[in-house]
Design a protein around this ligand. Structure first.
Ligand SMILES: [Mn+2]
Length: 366
């Protein structure tokens, strides 16, 4: 049998409008549905028997009714596969949950609260699930559960956290997961794909949902046959989040920086979201207008966040000499003689902030 292991679609999630503008916020929200449609199309074109969603199908209970209807239409296009979803911490089965707000098409099977199973005799397959009915589950409440194998292919579909400790989102121990007599364990909650063991995996979200979620996003396409198990990663995301560092010098004008960042984004892909840290030095007399730069880039179609980790080009030796007998001199000396580049990011930032504060204090006293 062939199945797709996906999860964390977070339908209804958007980005704050102040970040890239209101139009993009709306567009991004629609993109999550477009990606859902791509997954359905993929399932139809690749003889997929089951489409498994390991929780957090919805971002919150505030999904527009129109989005629910759109998703329902998309899922109703599944020709062969059933869509089995188990509620997670973002979409627990509470009163008026999205799962109960509309009548879902026949392809959609929603796991009830607590432990349950779905059988697919034609596939000789059983899906075991635990459906969330509250937003937090801080206790490892499933560790006494040994789902009983009922068919040739048994799969556990579950939303919970193996990687963080402590966690309020259903702690799962690797030892418990390994002890289960399952042919595959399909986990959701972590937004990056993670292979814990060949047959125990997190799928990650099909789209990155915040700027920190770098790397590939997609789902696992899995085959369970008499010959064994095979899984392949399918990248489906329309955009990637990319972290970059840019070294700047006091000579760089706003215009140069703007061109350099735009050129980089055009080369790597203009649709991606960039998280750029500016390093190096800027002119001490003319601090960088980072927000202005970001707005200019946005109007050029470059979606980015800028973090200013630059240091004003203070003449440290001169500052040190002039302040030999006061706190400022002592503070600079405490960072040693090493050059800027040898200092860690934290040290550089500490030095920058310290000098700025101490210079301000000094100016006040004068
Ligand atoms: Mn999630």
């Amino acid at each position: 049998m062939r199945f797709i292991h996906t999860g964390d679609w977070h339908i209804g999630k958007t980005v704050a409008p102040q970040r890239y503008g209101a139009d993009f916020a709306r567009k991004r929200r629609r993109e999550l549905l477009e990606t859902a449609e791509s997954i359905v199309r993929f399932a139809n074109e690749n003889q997929v028997d089951l489409l498994l969603c390991a929780g957090d199908l919805f971002h919150s209970s505030y999904v527009h009714i129109d989005e629910l209807k759109s998703l329902n239409t998309i899922l109703s296009q599944l020709k062969k596969a059933k869509f089995v979803v188990t509620p997670g911490n973002h979409d627990p089965l509470i009163w008026d949950s999205n799962y109960e707000r509309i009548q879902w098409c026949d392809q959609v099977l929603v796991a009830p609260a607590g432990r349950s199973t779905f059988s697919f005799p034609e596939l000789d397959c059983t899906i075991h699930t635990y459906g969330w009915s509250e937003a937090e589950l801080p206790k490892p409440i499933l560790e006494d559960w040994q789902p009983k194998k009922q068919s040739r292919y048994d799969i556990l579909l579950l939303h919970g956290d193996v990687l963080t400790s402590p966690t309020r989102y259903l702690p799962l121990s690797p030892a418990w997961l390994r002890s289960l007599d399952m042919d595959y364990i399909a986990l959701g909650h972590i937004h990056q794909p993670v292979v814990l063991e060949e047959r125990i995996r997190y799928c990650g979200s099909p789209e990155p949902l915040n700027i920190g979620e770098t790397g590939e996003h997609g789902f696992w396409l899995c085959d369970l046959t008499t010959e064994g198990f095979r899984a392949g990663k399918i990248e489906i995301a329309q955009r990637r989040c990319i972290k970059k560092q840019m070294e700047i010098s006091p000579q760089d004008a706003f215009w140069q920086l703007r061109s350099a960042i735009r050129a980089m984004a055009e080369q790597e892909g203009i649709s991606n979201l960039y998280d750029i840290e500016l390093r190096g030095q800027h002119g001490a007399e003319h601090p960088l207008d980072v927000e202005g730069l970001r707005q200019e880039l946005l109007s050029d179609g470059v979606l980015c966040q800028l973090k200013d980790a630059t240091l004003p080009d203070y003449d440290l030796q001169r500052l040190c000499a002039e302040n030999e007998n006061n706190l400022l001199g002592g503070f600079i000396r405490s960072f040693g003689d090493s050059e800027d580049k040898k200092r860690s990011e934290i040290e550089q930032l500490a030095l920058k902030m310290g000098i700025e504060v101490l210079l301000q204090e000094k100016r006040k006293q004068q």
